[in-house]
Write a protein that binds this ligand. Structure first.
Ligand SMILES: [Zn+2]
Ligand SMILES: [Zn+2]
Length: 350
């Protein structure tokens, strides 16, 4: 099936229109006409080959919403016309203990990423949602509950799932004290989700001007990380610090905010960690961990939760011709809080 997308052709070029083929449907595949796709920081990293995994042309995008337009011969989960959401994964081994439990993100054979990866059968590069059409295993597409604004559903799949997963894993709910460090795409979803779960939520940021933004998003408190006295006064004040800061940073000041048994969960930064002093962990069962998206059931649970609680990402909708400019603005943190591409403006090739 022919389709068109926007691709990076090298680590340094702007994204350009790119025609390519989607595979023929396997028995348990579906084809989805993409309506919208969110722009995640990973997209930027992958296009520039920051993680060394990119092959070009590279069509990014893993915060996808679209309509089912074709079903494989054994696909039973969705019907033609259904609206579905697709996140960071499109396939996995289907056989390991993690996959059998629906925890495909932990597949022992490495789950197939939506883009910048290789198809398990053909070895061909996978291409993401900055395109008009995508083909995937049906169990990796989730039902979008009725009534959601489709233009804003995409970021729930990555920014939402990445922060929902640790909140649920730790059993965050009424009475929990959660600090969210960093206020970007992930951070703003972390605030909304933790608040909706009933937690007491404080935003930790080094810029005082984020105070008003944090409270507008529902946070109950604000902690200025560049103020040593304020940080000292908040020592041991939290059960969880959800760290969404996307760049390398010193984590010890955040560890000191944790109460006994509390956990620092790193959600935003990928790579080696600076400044972790084990003395801050030894006597109080604090832990430092990192998270990624949740499993298949948790994705559906999250979409249903968002519909029930009216939790939606704050998005700026753009046309396909604005993608490269949006990348530049993302680098300057000049977005509140997620760009979403309207793929409807991209004509389907004959
Ligand atoms: Zn992402
Ligand atoms: Zn597996």
């Amino acid at each position: 099936m022919k389709t068109i997308g926007y691709a990076a052709l090298s680590p340094t070029t702007r994204l350009t229109p790119f025609e390519f083929d989607r595979r023929d449907l396997r028995p348990t595949d579906i084809a989805v006409d993409v309506l919208y796709c969110g722009m995640c920081h990973s997209d930027l990293h992958q296009c520039r080959n920051d993680w060394g995994r990119a092959t070009y042309p590279l069509v990014p995008g893993h915060e996808i919403v679209g309509r089912v337009v074709a079903l494989g011969s054994e696909a039973r989960r969705h019907r033609i016309g259904d609206v579905v959401a697709i996140g960071a994964l499109v396939d996995s081994c289907q056989e390991c203990p993690a996959c059998l439990a629906g925890e495909v993100q932990q597949c022992r054979e490495w789950a197939t990423q939506t883009y910048a990866d290789r198809d398990r059968e053909t070895g061909e590069p996978t291409q993401g949602g900055y395109s008009r059409l995508i083909v995937l295993r049906e169990s990796f597409a989730f039902k979008v509950p009725e009534g959601l604004d489709l233009a804003r559903v995409g970021p729930i799949l990555c920014a939402g799932s990445t922060t929902w997963s640790p909140l649920r894993h730790a059993g965050i709910g009424p009475g929990s004290r959660v600090a969210v460090a960093g206020l970007g795409g992930l951070g703003h979803m972390a605030i909304k989700l933790a608040v909706a779960l009933g937690a007491e939520v404080t935003v930790v940021s080094r810029s005082a001007d984020k105070d008003a933004d944090a409270r507008e998003l529902g946070a109950h408190g604000f902690l200025l990380s560049s103020d040593p006295e304020a940080m000292k006064a908040s020592a041991r004040a939290f059960d969880m610090v959800l760290d969404t800061i996307p760049v390398r940073h010193d984590v010890d000041p955040l560890v000191r905010l944790l109460d006994n048994g509390g956990q620092l969960v790193i959600a935003g930064y990928v790579g080696p960690l600076d400044g972790l002093d084990t003395r801050n962990l030894m006597t109080n069962h604090r832990s430092v961990t990192a998270c990624t998206i949740g499993g298949l059931q948790q994705h559906q649970e999250l979409l249903d939760f968002c519909a029930r609680h009216g939790v939606m990402p704050d998005c700026e909708i753009i046309g396909v011709d604005q993608i490269s400019d949006a990348f530049e603005r993302m680098e300057r943190s000049d977005v509140r809080y997620r760009f979403v591409i309207d793929l409807g403006s991209l004509p389907v090739p004959a």
